[in-house]
Structure formats: structure tokens, C-alpha cells
Ligand binder design. Structure first.
Ligand code: TPP
Ligand code: MG
Length: 403
């Protein structure tokens, strides 16, 4: 319409626009029509609706390094990794399902209330962070604490709420871990509250001269939690009030019984990053090498720019949601068996390690034996210890005197 009016008054259009356009004129086909005066949006003469972040209308790509049998895919590069680090990652990945199984079984015996767990996404990201980056988890992130040096004994003590539980002194539900020493903020039950909190933590890091440009706040959340308003509040905060927040979305296909197809109509969580002007990557969350590599780069960008970065890890929750759930009520057993067999993150990585000559069947048997013994020993100890006294229920709750 402007164009029609202007031409009716025989103004030279190019002169009028030139008065308004910024100095950065794009060199694409819209050059002749200029840009909006207040943004870099190119003027187009055709009405243009869009419904995808990628220009070709397809879904955003998923970054992968190794295939289902541990071979490096064409064009991919293995992230910098020596044998020692590679095996440390593997041991931590193998430990998680062992702990999961034991805790699941003891919950069934009525000894603890409930428990949830997860692997490549958690260990791959944990390995990419610095030990003093602040971590705000949802509840499946025990692996980050274990990676940082929190022991199996501490995890068991927290689940049992016994006198050795220094995390919550028996006042938290199982899996609501926390450790100031390991920079792991205590888990809280209401979903997504950790997301804006992480943006605030990151802002505090940026304001601290000792930690500015050194640390980030990494926040983990499920694709279900990303449906909460808190997700958007956190993303908006990190993109407007620049704060080095590493958003790690674990897209495991389910929020308890609700499939991800009912959580969003768009292209997952990653598609939302662009809306906030946040650097974003989608990664195969069952490929620990892709997760490690993507998370290292995401962290680097986050800390260097002092801004938010979003990483969406595509995975699949093979276990039930928690011990309170029987997932075969809402998904086929065969689907779970297929995903466990075809896309198992531990098996894929083990095959990669074997291809490198860094792992053997004998070492596998030895590792599993040792870990099982250690987890069982920690369980027996945790079970035998006394609980915290009831009279201590309010001790240390407040910084000073109780109000
Ligand atoms: C505000 C809020 N609503 C509902 C719940 C109950 N709840 C606990 S976990 C969960 C599913 C979360 O799914 P997702 O974020 O995808 O994480 P996942 O369990 O798949 O890792 C729900 C609905 C809650 N804890 N808090
Ligand atoms: Mg989920």
C-alpha cells in the first residue's frame, strides 16, 4: 500500500527508503526494497507466512557423531578425547542403570519412596561442564553429581534420608539431591521452576568479577517441563538481560504418560530458541560423543558471549517415568524393546570404544561386577544407618535463628 501511495505521488521510492534504512543493507534479493527502519527485516512485496525455523520447511537437523553400531558417520569428527576420559565417561554411563535397577527394586520392597534415572545426555553434558559451573537439575541428573565426585554412598544416604544425608538431612523426597560443594542446586518438585532460577543464577555469575566469563549456569529440563510458562520466562530473561545460561532440554518423548506429540505442535524445543535469539543446537541424545561435542561448544558460546544457549537432546525414556508408573499402560512393550536394542546409548558407545581398541569383554564383565558390588554395599550401609532425629526437622532451614 505504501508503495502504491508513494508511486501515486510520484516520489522516487528508493530515495524515500534510503532515508530510513540502516547502514547495513543486505546483499540478498531484497536489497532493492530495503529494510524496516527499526530492524534488519527485509521488505518483501509478497505476503509471507512461515511455520518452520529452517528455510526449506523441514525439521531442524540432529547432530550425530556415531551410528547405532559405534561407527563414526561420514563427515563427523570425534571430539577431543583421550582414553582416560573416554573410559571415565563409559564407567559413569554404566553405573547409572545399575543404580537405577537397584533403587527401583528396593522401592518395590517399600524401602524408599520413588526414583527416576537417565545416561548419555547426562554424562555427555556433565563432562563438557567445568566442575564449578552451577547446575540446576530437574531430577534425572544424578549422573552430573556422580561425575563431579559425589559418591554412591551420598546418593543412597539421600534416598534413605539417613543420618549421613547431608544433602537434605532426610527432609527431602528421594532424588531431590543438592550439594553446595559440587555446585548442584537442590532439586525441587514443581516442574520448570529451575529454569528462570538458572537464568538468575547465571546473571549473578555475570555480575561477579571472579566468575564472569568463567562459569555458566546449566539447567536441565524435560520437554514436558518446557510447556510451563517458566520455560519462556527463563529463556526471555537469558536473552534480554544477558546471562550465561546453558539450557539443556532432555526430549525423551514422554512427560509421564503424555507423549511429546501432545506437548507441542512445532518442531520440538529447539525451534523455540530462534524466537529468543538464542544460539541453538539439536543433538542425538543417545550419542554421548555428539552430546559431549555439542555441549562443549554450547558452553563455550555461552560463557564467551555471556548469553543463553539452548541444546535439545533427542532421546527416549526406556524406563517407566518413576517407580509410581507402569508405562506399558500407555505404550507398547515392543516399542520399548526396540528402542533399547536399536538405540541403546551405552551399547553404541561401547562398540565405539571397542573399535578404538580401548575396551574388551573381559573389562566389561569386571566393571559391571565391581559396580554392582559397590552399589549393593552402599545400599546395605544406607539401610543400616539411623534416620535423622525428628527434632532436627527445622535445624539449618534458616540462615540464622528460626523466626
Ligand atoms: C508444576 C508441576 N506439574 C506437574 C508435576 C507432576 N510431574 C512430575 S514429573 C512430570 C513429567 C515431566 O516430564 P518431562 O519434563 O518431559 O521430564 P521427564 O520425566 O520426561 O524427564 C510431571 C507432570 C510437577 N511435579 N510439577
Ligand atoms: Mg520427557
Amino acid at each position: 500500500m505504501i508503495r502504491t501511495l508513494l508511486s501515486r505521488h510520484s516520489f522516487p521510492i528508493s530515495r524515500i527508503f534510503r532515508k530510513h534504512i540502516s547502514t547495513t543493507i543486505s546483499t540478498n534479493s531484497s536489497e532493492s526494497l530495503g529494510l524496516l527502519p527499526t530492524s534488519q527485516s527485509p521488505i518483501t512485496p509478497k505476503p509471507h507466512f512461515f511455520n518452520a525455523v529452517s528455510t526449506d520447511g523441514k525439521q531442524l537437523p540432529t547432530y550425530r557423531v556415531i551410528d547405532g553400531v559405534g561407527n563414526v558417520i561420514p563427515g563427523a569428527e570425534i571430539p577431543e578425547l583421550d582414553q582416560q576420559l573416554a573410559l571415565r565417561i563409559y564407567r559413569n554411563m554404566v553405573l547409572l542403570p545399575i543404580m537405577d535397577n537397584l533403587l527401583y527394586n528396593i522401592q518395590r520392597q517399600g524401602k524408599i519412596s520413588f526414583y527416576y534415572g537417565e545416561e548419555a545426555t547426562i554424562i555427555g553434558t556433565a563432562a563438557a561442564l567445568l566442575p564449578d559451573d552451577e547446575v540446576l537439575g530437574q531430577y534425572r541428573e544424578l549422573g552430573v553429581l556422580l561425575w563431579r565426585g559425589w559418591g554412591i554412598d551420598e546418593a543412597m544416604a539421600q534416598c534413605f534420608g539417613n543420618e549421613q544425608d547431608m544433602s537434605g538431612k532426610g527432609r527431602q523426597m528421594p532424588v531431590h539431591w543438592g550439594s553446595p560443594m559440587y555446585h548442584f542446586h537442590t532439586i525441587s518438585s514443581p516442574l520448570a521452576t529451575q529454569i528462570p532460577q538458572a537464568a538468575g543464577v547465571a546473571y549473578a555469575l555475570r555480575r561477579d568479577p571472579a566468575r564472569r566469563s568463567k562459569n555458566c549456569a546449566a539447567v536441565y529440563f524435560g520437554e514436558g517441563a518446557a510447556s510451563e510458562g517458566d520455560f519462556h520466562a527463563g529463556m526471555l530473561f537469558a536473552s534480554t538481560i544477558a546471562s550465561p545460561t546453558l539450557f539443556i532440554a532432555r526430549n525423551n518423548g514422554f512427560a509421564i504418560s503424555t507423549p511429546s506429540s501432545e506437548q507441542y505442535f512445532g518442531d520440538g524445543i529447539a525451534a523455540r530458541g530462534a524466537g529468543y535469539g538464542i544460539d541453538t543446537i539439536r543433538v542425538d541424545g543417545n550419542d554421548v560423543l555428539a552430546v559431549l561435542s555439542a555441549a562443549r561448544e554450547a558452553r563455550r558460546r555461552c560463557v564467551e558471549s555471556g548469553r543463553g544457549v539452548l541444546l535439545e537432546a533427542m532421546t527416549y525414556r526406556v524406563g517407566h517415568h518413576s517407580t509410581s508408573d507402569d508405562s506399558f499402560a500407555y505404550r507398547a512393550r515392543q516399542e520399548v524393546e526396540d528402542r533399547t536394542r536399536i538405540d541403546n546409548p551405552i551399547a553404541r558407545y561401547r562398540l565405539f570404544l571397542k573399535n578404538c581398541g580401548w575396551w574388551s569383554d573381559a573389562e566389561e564383565d569386571e566393571l559391571k561386577g565391581l559396580l554392582k558390588t559397590d552399589v549393593m554395599r552402599a545400599f546395605k550401609l544406607a539401610e543400616s544407618l539411623k534416620r535423622h532425629e525428628l527434632k532436627e526437622v527445622f535445624s539449618d532451614v534458616y540462615g540464622g535463628e528460626e523466626p
